[in-house]
Design a protein. Sequence first.
Length: 532
Amino acid sequence: METGRVNPQHRLEDQGITGLGHVYYNLLESALIQQALTRGEGHLGKGGTLLVETGKHTGRSPKDRFIVRTPGLEDTIWWDNNAGMEAAAFDRLHADMLEHMKGRDYFVQDLYGGADPAHRLDVRVINELAWHNLFIRHMLRRPARAELDDYVPHFTILNCPSFKADPDRHGCRTETVIALNFDKKLILVADSEYAGENKKSVFSVLNYLLPERGIMPMHCSANHAPGNPVDTAIFFGLSGTGKTTLSADPDRVLIGDDEHGWSERGTFNFEGGCYAKTIHLSQEAEPEIYATTEKFATVIENMVYDGETLELDFDDDSLTANMRCAYPLDYISNASATALGGHPKNVIMLTCDAFGVLPPIARLSPAQAEYHFLSGFTSKVAGTERGVTEPQPTFSTCFGAPFMPRRPEVYGNLLRDKIAKHGATCWLVNTGWTGGAYGTGSRMPIKATRALLSAALDGSLAEAEFRKDPNFGFDVPVAVPGVASILLEPRRTWDDGVAYDAQAAKLVAMFAQNFAQYETHIDEDVKAVAIG
């Protein structure tokens, strides 16, 4: 039996999926919530939210992610970063999953990955769990109901958490598996209820396909000036650097908070929603995101709540610190209706330097931008993980290494060329420590960071006087209105200048050691600005 709207020429039977129970095509939010509640997948929260838990997997399983080896693909994948799966093993996995699915109910959403119609990916997502189907309906872009009559999927995700893989039979590592087959345009996900696997699988596919068209896929947030999409800014940054917070500027229009493309026409969001962390979320600091946790159909994932009042506890991380909420982008009042922007005028790379060495802002040349993009630096602080007693560097190339199928230089070259071609200004912004390393110094004042960003985005910072940083070679402003000048010279903020010099030399050496892996694959202009 089937329910919902679908192109009659593209039902599941046409994809070799037969013998299922009830198939629900393209249900709307209310129906999906009703199905999830009826099936015991979650509970109804305040405002009509859906409260769910993801069991043993409270985050992605990067070590269980595989790309299927096929002849046309072999020379294009960054195999040092992506585990391979043999085509025959994938076929066995696929056949066994289809057999396991027989007699069970499934939920189908036909969606778009990408706000630009010229470059979007038509993705069919088939879920065993109704709440997963609601989640991905939020996260990707929804066709108009009439568009479903002619919808033809280009890629399909088959997500079956109740199926457990056999490592010996299926060529994987554990019972959990995420397998991408670019030849068959098929992604298989098994033994994980973590909904983020659905979203990041689409991002990985776009990261592979778009560079062939000269489009830069980016793990970044983006916004633009009110009424002026040409004045677009993009924000790269790893977790804890302020990417979501700083891009959610109420005085600018939010294009998106996580994944974007930069094409010949400008910037476009891949997604139709947001997947925000809620640990320590407060109404005072982030009122718009906080408000979504009581809006209809928001998926509240792995949060502890009061069984009687349904009040959420934003500080209880007993289930996971990776607690999240997923909601459509239009729940944010200043979100763009089109999710489109112009060519970025400003490219912001955010880092949280717990060593207390980097200045709060620096201007990068296109070659330096590629260098820092490939480095993808931030740092862990003492106490965040067992055994971490002093700041430790974290280098995640392209600010998203787990989702990069191609070698990082492919993305780095694209970014450098687009910055140069369109005259974008690139800024490295440090939201970490000043006056000493973590434990001695203090966190960079948020007011100073916002003042520096405002000056960068309105163009006034470009007119400032700059000095050359002796350690990293980039340009640092000498004075900026509203910002204490001492902050702009990190060495002056330390009580002991010699100790600063030693810490700076230590960080420079870390950068150089990490960047050595790219030396044989990068152009001479990037080699010329390499640190150390």
